[in-house]
Write a protein that binds this ligand. Structure first.
Ligand SMILES: Nc1ncnc2c1ncn2[C@@H]1O[C@H](COP(=O)(O)OP(=O)(O)OP(=O)(O)O)[C@@H](O)[C@H]1O
Length: 255
């Protein structure tokens, strides 16, 4: 049996006549935390959305847990895949408790089980139920709302989490805090697979067990942070790493 959580084989995607992704192949193992990094328009979001079928590929195959996604019932597929985006999308008229409970309620869980799950998840994202459960989204900061988004995506206990630039709209200090939290959440929930899209090279290398660097719909390099830094394979990767080294030099100079 395959132990890959996600497997792309020669996946293609066109929008109108334009080929955005051409023959994309990669594998993500069960339990890994993968970050996807690349320039704007390189196809990161499209890649993520093809996994939960928000976007349909034009060629190739995508497998989730060893099964082609075309053969999995769409509701079943999405139930097993949590999805977090930058815009969060919490329901403004519902309390935090109700926002997190949306999917379990749809699945018909009983009230007691839902309450236990909501409390457990709020604990996990460090927003205690007693303090935050009855608040509405607008009574929370952006970073706190983003944590609710993560809790909501985890509610039905999916095996795979897709996170699309989830911390893009928060300040640098909150962002660092959220990065630490998401890393510890992944560790705590051992066995879950995370795919996390980001523009931020520091974030990608801090979070990823492996980093997938995309450029123009292709994988420029896909390896551990250490291997990429010690052995960058393409000019694009070298250029990307240079941006960091230049920043480093600037800060050293200022100190
Ligand atoms: N629904 C769509 N219709 C037409 N073109 C699209 C559509 N969605 C994406 N594209 C195009 O596909 C390319 C890849 O987009 P995608 O959003 O996957 O890139 P990205 O790497 O996530 O970019 P960013 O980092 O800016 O979010 C872009 O050129 C984009 O304009």
């Amino acid at each position: 049996m395959s132990n890959s959580a996600v497997k792309f084989k020669n996946v293609e995607k066109k929008f109108a006549a334009e080929t955005i992704i051409e023959k994309l192949s990669f594998e993500v193992e069960d339990g890994e935390f993968i970050t996807i990094l690349g320039s704007s328009g390189s196809g990161k979001t499209t890649t993520l959305k093809m996994i939960n079928r928000l976007v349909e590929p034009d060629g190739g195959t995508i497998e989730v847990n060893g099964q082609s996604i075309e053969q999995i019932d769409l509701i079943e597929l999405r139930r097993n895949i949590g999805y977090v985006v930058q815009q969060i999308g919490l329901f403004p008229h519902l309390t935090i408790e109700k926002n997190i409970a949306t999917v379990p309620e749809l699945l018909g869980w009983d009230k007691e089980k839902i309450l236990v799950r909501v409390k457990e998840l709020m604990e996990l994202v460090k927003l205690p139920y007693e303090q935050y459960g009855k608040r509405h989204p607008k009574q929370l900061s952006g970073g706190q709302q983003q944590r609710v988004g993560v809790a909501r995506a985890l509610a039905a206990n999916p095996q795979i989490m897709l996170l699309d630039e989830p911390f893009g709209a928060v300040d640098a200090i909150t962002r660092k805090e959220l990065q630490k939290q998401i890393k510890s959440i992944h560790k705590e929930l051992s066995g879950k697979t995370f795919l996390f899209v980001t523009h931020d090279i520091n974030e990608a290398f801090y979070l990823g067990d492996k980093v997938m660097i995309m450029n123009n719909g292709e994988i420029s390099q896909y390896d551990t942070p250490k291997n990429i830094v010690t052995n960058p394979k393409t000019d694009f990767v070298k250029e990307l790493l240079d941006t960091i080294y230049e920043e480093e030099a600037l800060w050293r100079e200022l100190k």
